[in-house]
Design a protein around this ligand. Structure first.
Ligand code: PSU
Ligand code: MN
Length: 303
């Protein structure tokens, strides 16, 4: 059986030319940001990848196919679509076989990128170990995926809505290299620092590209997590944000929000409670990651 993959015209040409390609996820569009900011951001992030010398491949599941790169009208439809599934490893195949419309999380985007031969993926934040996980067992499948799928993922760390020390522990147990980019501290999404040490540090795209290759050479399965701090001017003060996060987490508990709904609920509530400040920061950090992702993808091509 041939793979159910379709490439956009732009990505298809890039692949044929051997150009650098950067994968982008779609859950951030459908479940991570409100319309129309989600659509504007998706377009701008794609443009940042191009401006940095690579080709963007936004990934989504539509009509029995894994789409690697979305045409302009497809992206526009997805950004406004209702009833889009939030797909991870568990439900990816069912969504494709049943012809559902699905957005890919970090885990599902990694799987699709690897199938398509794309080595680098840029996003905002990864899923992690949720606060209270000792009772809820809510640990994102993103962490397991990083241990088994050979894609370098550029993020801004993990959100402070998560239990960051536990998230780092699980990554370490799973054998995932967590690389602070030009930073000794593990960044916390809206903040440049979490107060936790980044397990590894690298200062340039070439170094990261070489390590990516070396994992393959050594036969180590899994990817790398690059944690790229949010640009200073877009940071949100933790003293202001922490009580807001605590309130959003408490509301989620009180309303029995569980499973896949937790992350979208918290992100949405925090946008409301910060009167859009968190959304502005989120957009800035995704663009920052897209630029670094493009540089890493180019460095990989140059090796
Ligand atoms: N971080 C963001 N915005 C998002 C997500 C993470 O800033 O929309 C999404 C990603 O797709 C990530 C998913 O893979 O949330 C994690 O969901 P969960 O916690 O249910 O595993
Ligand atoms: Mn979860």
């Amino acid at each position: 059986m041939t793979l159910p993959i379709v490439y956009s015209a732009e990505v298809s040409k890039a692949m044929a030319d051997g150009a650098a390609v950067v994968a982008l996820e779609s859950t951030i569009i459908t479940h991570g940001m409100p319309y129309p900011a989600n659509l504007e951001t998706a377009r701008e992030v794609e443009q940042v990848v191009r401006d940095n010398g690579a080709v963007p491949a936004t990934i989504a599941i539509i009509d029995h196919k894994i789409h690697i790169g979305l045409e302009a009208d497809t992206l526009e439809n997805l950004a406004q679509a209702k009833d889009v599934m939030k797909l991870s490893r568990a439900d990816l195949a069912v969504a494709v076989s049943n012809g559902r419309t699905g957005a890919t999380t970090v885990a599902a985007t990694m799987i699709c990128a690897e199938l398509a031969g794309i080595d680098v993926f840029a996003t905002g934040g990864i899923g992690g170990v949720h606060k209270g996980a000792e009772a809820s067992f809510d640990v994102s499948a993103d962490l397991t995926e990083l241990s088994q799928t050979a894609v370098t993922v550029v993020c801004a760390g993990a959100k402070a809505i998560l239990d960051l020390p536990k998230t780092l522990e699980v990554l370490e147990t799973n054998g995932v290299p967590v690389i602070g980019y030009q930073s000794d501290d593990f960044p916390a999404f809206w903040s440049r620092v979490s107060g936790l040490a980044a397990p590894l540090r690298m200062d340039g795209p070439e170094e990261i590209a070489r390590a990516h290759k070396m994992r393959a050479t050594l036969g180590l399965e899994g990817g790398q997590l690059v944690a790229n701090p949010i640009p200073e001017e877009s940071e949100i003060d933790a003293g202001y944000l922490n009580p807001i996060i605590a309130q959003a987490v408490a509301e989620a508990e009180a309303q029995n929000i569980g499973a896949k709904q937790v992350t979208p609920f918290l992100l949405g509530r925090i946008v409301e409670l910060t009167e859009g400040k968190s959304l502005k920061s989120n957009i800035a950090l995704v663009k920052n990651n897209a630029a670094l992702g493009a540089k890493i993808a180019r460095a990989l091509k140059d090796l």
